[in-house]
Design a protein around this ligand. Structure first.
Ligand code: F6R
Length: 261
């Protein structure tokens, strides 16, 4: 794991977009794992800008989102399919047939989870996965006590996650209580991943995820086991990391990061 600290949230969004764009230019058929949530909006804004101004080409790229609410049709204002359409899919040249999210309306949810896993496998696995982190330390909707070897499955949302997201719903009492999410094991199988967190409210959970003991109570701690995971944070979200100076030094001196400094 390495930690990249950027001065502002904007700089953190831009850095993540630049890493993604570099991978996409190197491999146009990139298999991208995507996340939703307010943190990702800045990254998608920057990717759309790069598509328009720098001709960043998504035509051969395939995408797999981490999760989707159960019971919301794709057109619902709070569905993650709609979020992705409005922030990225409809604004760049992604082929809609290459964009995948779990179907939260499937009649047989377990079969849908197995289908999603098979689809990822058939695509050759995920090359680069974007991740946010929830207040409870979830990645995707892997709530506390998610097994580290779990695959895509149905998960009941924790009270903390419901409290985090319910205000986004016109009628908060209608927020689904369950979602389909890639498992922690699915995420650990990705070739490379980036956890992005910004803002002071994330400082405590970021410190636990990066420097705390590995525990099923905080799913993001599983990323300490990932062979190639970057944690990108702004100054505010980095505030409680004890190793800040070392992480800064590494970013400044590591040849891999040279194009992004
Ligand atoms: C969403 C997802 C979640 C969010 C997390 C952070 O697809 O997988 O894990 O990334 O809840 O959300 P924000 O960015 O809204 O704080």
């Amino acid at each position: 794991m390495d930690v990249v600290i950027q001065p502002t949230a904007e700089a953190a969004y831009r850095l993540v977009a630049r890493v993604l764009a570099a991978d996409l230019r190197r491999k146009p058929q990139l298999v991208l794992g995507l996340a939703t949530g307010s943190t990702m909006e800045g990254v998608y804004r920057e990717l759309v800008r790069m598509h328009r101004e720098e001709k960043l080409d998504f035509s051969l790229c395939r995408t797999f989102n981490l999760d989707e609410y159960i019971g919301l049709p794709p057109t619902h204002p709070n569905s993650y399919r709609r979020f992705m359409r409005e922030r990225l899919f409809n604004l760049v040249n992604l082929d809609p047939r290459n964009t995948h999210l779990p179907d939260g309306m499937a009649a047989d949810l377990n079969a849908e989870c197995a289908r999603y896993e098979a689809l990822i496998r058939d695509a050759g696995g995920i090359d680069l996965q974007l991740l946010g982190i929830g207040r409870v330390g979830h990645i995707g909707f892997n709530e506390p006590l998610s097994a580290f070897r779990s695959r895509t499955r149905v998960k009941a949302l924790s009270p903390t996650t419901i409290a985090q997201n319910r205000s986004q719903f016109a009628d908060p009492s209608k927020m689904p209580r369950r979602a389909i999410t890639m498992g922690v094991g699915t995420i650990l199988d990705t070739a490379r991943c980036i956890l992005l967190a910004t803002g002071a409210a994330k400082a405590g959970i970021v410190a636990r995820a990066v420097e705390g003991p590995i525990t099923g109570m905080v799913s993001a701690t599983a990323l300490q086991l990932h062979p190639r995971c970057h944690v990108v944070v702004d100054k505010a979200a980095a505030a409680r990391l004890k190793g800040r100076d070392y992480y800064r030094w590494t970013f400044e001196n590591e040849p891999e990061w040279e194009p992004f400094r």
